[in-house]
Design a protein around this ligand. Sequence first.
Ligand code: GTP
Ligand code: MG
Length: 139
Amino acid sequence: GQITLTMIKPFAVKQHNVGQILSDIEKAGFHIRALKMTQLPAEKAEIFYAEHRERSFFPQLIEFMSSGPVVVAMLQKDNAVADFRQLIGSTDPSEAAEGTIRRKYAKDKTRNAIHGSDSDDSAVRESRFFFSSMEEFVY
Ligand code: GTP
Ligand code: MG
């Protein structure tokens, strides 16, 4: 799989960490195929995170993810999904390795700075959720 989908989450956007996070992503060798800023209405966030709807943290996750703008990007690299999850670090920033994006920019398990797809199938589904073919570029 060459594609993964990322979202810089509301807290990191509000902290003005977008530029530094995109820089970290490009320096790690990811090619930005598509990019936008948008805000998810709760109903859209519920669809994006539907796999978690029975979890206790789901209402908090949806409230947070719809609380402000996110920066969404489709990224290309060999082994994109696994390499990107290594770059961002553990879900809980207190467990994230030194130098990872979550270690550097996350506040806690909800305000954890960034999303990364968990599989090639998720990457395709999430990319179609946000982008049309006219918004995707290889350059
Ligand atoms: P995403 O890239 O956002 O999908 O994170 P992830 O793949 O590292 O974690 P997962 O898909 O399991 O969970 C999605 C999001 O739900 C996480 O990023 C967290 O913000 C939140 N979450 C997951 N587990 C917990 C938890 O135990 N407590 C809280 N408060 N939030 C959680
Ligand atoms: Mg996930």
